[in-house]
Unconditional design. Structure first.
Length: 81
C-alpha cells in the first residue's frame, strides 16, 4: 500500500500523519484515544492536558495488557489440547 497523508484530531489538536495502512484505521485509533482523553477530562476538568494524556496512555496500556494476557492464556489452553 502506498503512503498517505492523514490529519487526525485528538483532544482538540490536529496531528498530520503519514500511514501506509488504512487512513480510516488511523482515524479510528485517533478517535479512540480522543474519546478516552475526553472522558478523563470530563471526570477531572482541572487536570492539565499532559496529565490527561498520561492517564489515557495508562488506561490504554491497561486494556492492552489485559487483552494480551487473555490471548496468551487462550493460546496456552489450545497448546495443551
Amino acid at each position: 500500500m502506498k503512503k498517505q497523508k492523514v490529519t487526525v484530531k485528538i483532544y482538540g489538536e490536529e496531528y498530520p500523519m503519514i500511514t501506509d495502512g488504512s487512513p480510516a484505521y488511523l482515524e479510528k485509533l485517533a478517535a479512540y484515544v480522543d474519546n478516552i482523553m475526553q472522558d478523563i477530562s470530563s471526570r477531572s476538568p482541572s487536570l492539565p492536558d499532559r496529565r490527561v494524556a498520561v492517564l489515557a496512555a495508562l488506561e490504554i496500556s491497561d486494556e492492552y495488557s489485559k487483552l494480551k494476557k487473555d490471548y496468551e492464556d487462550m493460546v496456552k489452553l489450545f497448546e495443551e489440547k
